[in-house]
Design a protein around this ligand. Sequence first.
Ligand SMILES: [Zn+2]
Ligand SMILES: [Zn+2]
Length: 768
Amino acid sequence: MRAARFIRVRGVVQGVGFRPFVYRLAHTNALAGWVLNGDQGVEMFLEGAEPDLENFVRDLKLNAPPAASIAEIEVAAAQPLGLKEFKIRESQRRDQPTVRVSPDLPVCDECLTELLDSGDRRYLYPYINCTNCGPRYTVILGLPYDRPNTTMRQWPLDDYCNSEYHNPANRRFHAQPVACPACGPKYYLQANGEVKCNGEEAVRQAAALLQAGKVVAVKGLGGYHLACDARNPQAVSALRERKYRKEKPFALMVKDLASARSLVDLSAEGETLVTSVARPIVLATAKVELDGVAPGNAELGIMLAYTPLHHLLFAGGAPDILVMTSANRSSEPIAYEDEDALQSLAGIADAFLMGERPIARRVDDSVARVGTFGPAILRRARGYAPGAVAKLPSERPLLAVGADLKNTITLVVGGQAFVSQHIGDLDHYQAFRAFEETICDLVSMYEVRWDELFVVHDLHPQYASTIHALGLPGTQKVAVQHHRAHLASVLAEHDEWEKRVVGVSFDGTGYGDDGTIWGGEIFTGNVRNGFERVAHLRSAVLPGGDAAAQFPVQAAAGFLSQVDQLPDLAAAPFAFPVRYRQALELVHKQVRTFATTSVGRLFDSAAALLGFTREITFEGQAAMWLEQLARTASSTEPYPFPFAGEELDFRPLLFSVAQDRLRGRGRNEIARAFQRGLATGLSDCVKEISRANGINTIVLSGGVFQNELLLEDLKSLLEPAHLQVWTNHAVPANDGGISLGQAALAAFGQYHRSAETAAAVTPVKSYA
Ligand SMILES: [Zn+2]
Ligand SMILES: [Zn+2]
C-alpha cells in the first residue's frame, strides 16, 4: 500500500543545505516526490511505503543540517500520485515570502580543509563555500533565495561548479553562492589608487603589511574591517588617531579557539558562544595586556576567523592577533560599498584588500557575552540578523522603527518578528540613511505593501525615527513609550503575553508619559493589558538636557543640587572642573533644566564623585568605568538607597559616596558599596511591589542592565526570595531591543495614538 505526505517546514531552512538534505533522506528511504523552496518555507511531497514515510519524518526532525533552525513542521496526509522518482523543483513564487532568511554562516570545516589543500580546485580561493556555510543575508537581493536573487548573479557557473551545483549527492548541490577560481569573483590588493596584485599574492602582501605595522582595510561579509597588529602599540595608536576613536575598545580576531583561550578567560559557555554559528565578538576578562586595544578595560572582545579570507590571512603570515574593527570614521556606520570605502577610509587604511563580490547590505559584527542570567547580546547583527526572534499575534504587517540610539527596526510579517541588524545612532547622517535603507530593504524583501503597514514609533516627538515614521505611507501610526517597550522586548522573547510581572526599566534616557526624561522606571502589568508605572527613581534635573549625558559632572550638578551638606567639590579630592559650577547655576536659575529619573545619569554622578570628571568619549563609558572599579573590591556594606512612597531616593546614596571619598576610603570600595546599595534598594522595592501584587516574576531591561555586577547582585538578592528574574537574550537590553518591544505592545493594542505624540510638549532633544 502506497501512502503520501505533504510536509512544510518553517524556520531558517533556506540557504542552509536543507533541500539536498531532504533529497538524500528521500533516497535513503526509497521515497518518490519532490521538494522546493516555497514562500512559506521548504515544501515537500513524498510517497512510498508507510514505514519509510515515518522514518523520513523522524529523521527530518532529528538530523537537520547544522545551520538550519526548524521552527515548525506541518505534516499532512496526501493522495499518492504514482511518482517514480524524487526531484528538487524550481522555487515557486506565491504570496508573501515569510520564509526566514538565513543569517550569514562561518566557513565550515570541510570547506576550510579544501581551502588549505593544494590539490583542491579551490585551494586558497577566498570565496569557497557550500550549503553548510558562507554568505547569506549579505548576498541576498530578494527572495526566494536562488542565485539570480543574489550578488553572485553576475558570475555564471563554469562546468565544474555547475556539475556540483546539480549533483544532489554533492555538498554544493544548490549552494547559491558557489564559485571557484575559474568562474567566480577575485580578490585584489589596492593602495594609492592602484591595484597592486591579485589572488594569493594579494593576501600574502596584505599579511606582510599587517606584520609591518600597517593598517589594512579588509572587505568582509557585511562590510569592511580595519585591521592591524594588536601587539604593535604604534599600529594600534595610529589606527585610533586616524579613526578619531579615542578610547572605545577595539575588537580582536584570532584564528582559533586555542588562541582565544590564551587571550581571555573563557568559561564553557564562553567557548560555546565564541564558536557558535553566529561567531560574535565575545567580551571576556583579559589575560594579557595589549597596549591601546581596550584602554582602562579589564575585558577584551574576541572573535574567531569566520570567512575563508580571514583564515587565508592568518595562514599567509598575518600577526596572530589582529585588531578587526568596523571600518568607519568615529561613529558612522560600517563602510560596505567599494567606492565609499575607498573614499571614506583614505587616510585611515594604508592598503585595501578588496573582493569583487558586492555586499548586498551592511551588517556589522555582533557583540555578546556570557551574562549572569545566560547569554546576552549587546549588538545584534551578523550571524543573528535578520532571524525571527518572536511570534506575534499580528495579522497585519507591522513595522516598528525603534529608538534613535543603537537603532534597530522590527518588521512583523505573517506574525513573525524579524529584527534588523544593528543600525546605529540616528544623530549621524550616515546612520540615518542606513535606517531609511534598512526599512525599504526589509519591506521590499518581504514584499509588504506600504499602504497596509501598521507603523510603530517611539513616543518622543523629536526622535528622527518618529519623524521619519510619521512621513511613511502606512495607514495607521502609533507611539509606544520607551521603557514599556524595553520590558515588552523581554516578554516577547519569552513568548509571554499574559503573565503579570514587575518590570524594571533602567537606562540613560527615554521620553516619559509626562514629557520628562525617564530612565529609572518600575512597572507592573503584562503585554496584553499594558504596563502601569508604579515606582521610579526620585526625580532630579538635568541641566542642559541631553548634552549632560556627555559630561558626568554636568549630570552630577543636577543630582547633587538636592544633596545637603556636600563638601566643596571644586577642591581635592573631587576637583570638579568649572563646567560643574556652570551647570549648578543653570539648576539654581532653572534655565535649560529638564526633569529626569535617569539611572544612567545617576551612575554618571557617582562616577564623577569618584574621579571621572572629563567628557566621555563613548556612550555608557562612565558607568562602565565605575563597574570595573567596583569589580576590583570585595563585597561590602551597601550604601542606603531607600524606597518610600513611589520613590527610590538617590540622595543618601550619593551623600555616602561623597562622604567616604572625602574620608579617603578606597575608590573601588566606594564604587562597590554604591553598586551594592543600588541593587539592595532596588531589590527591596521590587520585593515590596511583587508582594503587594502577588507577582513572582521580575523583568529587567534597559541599557543599565548591561552592568553584569549589578545583575549578579540582583540575582543574589532576588532569587533567594523565590522571585524569578527574566532578562533579554535574543535582542539587546539596550535600545537595540526597543523595536521588538514596540512591535509586541502595538500588536496587543497597547499604544498611544501618534496624534498625542505630536501634541506632546517639553521638547528635550533640541536643546542638546
Ligand atoms: Zn562549507
Ligand atoms: Zn567554478
